[in-house]
Each structure stands twice: as structure tokens, then as C-alpha cells.
Design a protein around this ligand. Structure first.
Ligand code: SF4
Length: 371
């Protein structure tokens, strides 16, 4: 499949030009099921999809020529009709706290950000300290425009393919020379605005033919798209769900997250109650504490009521300054502790999330494609 896309208009001084490039479907736009269907269409046995996936995701093959147990004719056809074009790290930053942030360049030149968060300390193998968590992007940019989020201010460039989401995990694993233990789809973009590719990526990450990461170690974080929550509730896997709530009253949420005005809190609450009932899994509510914006007692009271109704766990996050005027600033740690105590006293299971990678703009809300 070959298409011509007009990518954009470049302006240099007084001159402008339209840039047209030739693109085609490539391997990273596919998930495992898509590859199986393609092999069937090419009259290949279905196990070829597993075989090729293992080469790409487990043996890090750079091209099809390396896949010596495939027939030469199939290797040639794959190279011609489904090119394997790896993402390249255009930039990499390392934080004081060992968090790493990558700016990855995809085959069409679009850049996405990925963050790797290694476990802290030097614990023995198998301990929590050996975790390597990757925060992946599901879209380049985001259309939802949350006021506290650097990604939202830049707008949406395009959604990623399943393989492009999984590729971010492979790049991190290669850079750290160790397996990735946890993945959160919490980077740039709204994953449920790109549901099929996100689910395809989660299945790749979970698959024994690819990354073999347990479903309970794979979390998808939505800003609250109700149709996506309902779909995830019906999936058979035990993938985890987090919801970026940030306000539990409608007026404030409309102000902080204007792209979600069509997804009212009452409907979100019902969707989460239904999700819990159908999946049996507990949801996490992410809540960035913005001083004098959403940290009043009445805001926390509304949050407690929402969490109680949905039987959710609350993660309080310190605010990371992205330079948004009027969006507040980091709540003092004493205020964060107070807020956590308030919620716990109301019977809500609450954690305070330590911010990582803040010095390299890798923390929540800071991803804007400008590493
Ligand atoms: S917080 Fe999430 S949903 Fe909101 S603009 Fe940023 S990336 Fe998009």
C-alpha cells in the first residue's frame, strides 16, 4: 500500500514550499493480529507471524535479511511491501535521578518522546529496585489541550501504530541492556483516541513472541474517554487502567481539561463503576495537585466522593512547571501530605507519587516533543 501525503509547509525566510513524501505501510504500523492476517493473505502459515515477531522484538533484527529461517522469497516480499524501519533516538537525556528521556524519530520524520524510569537503589535481583518502567507515547502530540500539559499545548501531529508504540519499549530495553518490567501508556497523547493501536501494542508487549511482560504490569492511562473505558472493560486481559482526573467537579474539570467537555464526570463515574464490576480490577485516579486551583478542601472532598463511588485508588502527583500561566505551581510538600491525610481520613487509599526526571523535563505533563 503506497500513498502520497502532503506533510506540511516549510517556510524559510520569504520562501515557502510544500513537502511531499512517498510513504507506505511499514512493519511498525502492524500488531500481531494484523501480521497474522497479512501472512494469511500471502498464503503463509499463521506461525510465520510469530516467527517474524520474535526476530523483530526479541532478537532485535535490524532487517529481514537477518531472518535466515524465512524463505528468501518471503524476505524479499516483506522488504518490498512491509519495510522494517526502526525508530532512531535523535536525542537522549539522563536525569540526576537516573531517569532517561528519549526523543525518537519515526520513519516519516515525526518525533515522539519516551521516558524510562529505573527502580531506585541497588537491590538484589527480583526486588522492586530492579524494575525498569517505560512511559510510552500513543500519539505524537495530543488534541485534548489540557491547560497544565505541555503536550496538549502543541496539538496533535498524528496517532502512532501498534509497533511504533512497542518500538519505544525496545529502544529503552536496548539502551539499558535489560528487560523492561513495566509499561505505562502515559506519555504524549490520549491512548483511547487511538484505541486499536494502543490495544495492539499492549498485546505485543504481553505476547510471549514479543516482550512477554505480564498484563498486570501494563497500564493504560486515559484522560477519561468513556467509550474506551467500556471497551477495555470487555477485553479478556488483565491490563491496568488509570484515569487522569485532576478535578472532581464539572466546572473545574471543564476549565483544566477543555477537550473533555463531551465526557461528563457523571458518565465517567458510571463507566468506572461498570469497569470495576465487569473486570474486577481497581482503577487508579491520577490527580495533579495545583496550588489554589484544585487543592481546596471542597475539591478534595469531591475527589474523595468520586474515588469512593468508583472504589478507586488515588495517586497524588506534584505539579511540574511547564510554564503555563495561571495553572498553579508545585504544592508545598506539607500541602501534599495534608491532602493525602485528608483523603486517607475519608477512607480513600492514597499514594503520593514522587516526581522523577523533572530536571530533564521528563515528568508528567512536561512531554512536548522538544528534548
Ligand atoms: S494531559 Fe494527556 S490528555 Fe491532556 S493534553 Fe496532555 S497528553 Fe493530552
Amino acid at each position: 500500500m503506497r500513498n502520497n501525503f502532503v506533510l506540511g509547509i516549510g517556510i524559510t525566510g520569504l520562501q515557502s514550499c510544500t513537502v511531499t513524501i512517498d510513504t507506505m505501510q511499514d512493519f511498525l504500523s502492524y500488531d500481531l493480529e494484523g501480521l497474522r492476517l497479512l501472512m494469511a493473505a500471502w498464503d503463509q502459515p499463521s506461525w510465520r507471524a510469530r516467527q517474524i515477531s520474535a526476530w523483530v522484538w526479541q532478537r532485535d533484527a535490524a532487517d529481514y535479511a537477518a531472518m535466515t529461517d524465512l524463505p528468501a522469497s518471503l524476505r524479499e516480499r516483506l522488504a518490498t511491501e512491509l519495510p522494517l524501519r526502526r525508530a532512531a533516538a535523535a536525542e537522549r537525556r539522563v536525569s540526576r535521578d537516573a531517569t532517561r528521556k528519549y526523543l525518537l524519530r519515526l520513519a516519516d520524520g515525526v518525533a515522539v518522546e519516551t521516558v524510562a524510569i529505573p527502580g531506585t537503589g541497588g537491590g538484589s535481583s527480583g526486588s522492586a529496585d530492579q524494575r525498569l518502567t517505560v512511559c510510552v507515547s500513543s500519539q505524537a502530540g495530543c488534541a485534548l489541550g489540557c491547560v497544565f500539559c505541555a503536550t496538549g499545548r502543541a496539538g496533535l501531529t498524528r496517532s502512532l501504530g501498534a509497533g511504533e508504540i512497542a518500538e519505544q519499549v525496545r529502544v529503552v530495553s536496548e539502551d539499558f541492556s535489560r528487560v523492561v518490567t513495566n509499561v505505562v501508556v502515559m506519555g504524549q497523547g490520549e491512548p483511547f483516541a487511538n484505541y486499536d493501536a494502543t490495544l495492539g501494542a499492549l498485546r505485543l508487549l504481553n505476547s510471549p513472541e514479543a516482550f512477554n511482560i505480564g498484563a498486570r504490569h501494563l497500564t493504560v492511562s486515559t484522560s477519561g474517554l468513556i467509550a474506551g473505558i467500556a471497551r477495555l472493560a470487555a477485553e479478556p486481559e488483565q491490563f491496568r487502567l488509570a484515569v487522569s482526573l485532576h478535578a472532581a467537579t464539572q466546572e473545574l474539570r471543564d476549565r483544566l481539561m477543555p477537550g473533555l467537555r463531551g465526557q461528563p464526570l457523571t458518565a465517567l463515574r458510571e463507566a468506572l463503576i461498570d469497569y470495576r464490576a465487569r473486570s474486577g480490577r481497581r482503577v487508579s485516579l491520577e490527580y495533579v495537585l495545583l496550588r489554589d486551583v484544585n487543592d481546596h478542601e471542597s475539591d478534595l472532598d469531591a475527589l474523595a466522593n468520586f474515588a469512593r463511588a468508583t472504589q478507586a485508588h488515588v495517586n497524588l502527583l506534584p505539579y511540574n512547571d511547564t510554564g503555563t500561566k495561571g495553572s498553579g505551581s508545585l504544592s508545598p510538600s506539607a500541602r501534599t501530605r495534608e491532602a493525602a491525610e485528608f483523603l486517607r481520613a475519608a477512607g480513600i487509599e492514597t499514594s503520593v507519587r514522587r516526581s522523577r526526571g523533572e530536571d530533564i523535563a521528563a515528568a508528567c505533563g512536561q512531554l512536548a516533543g522538544s528534548a
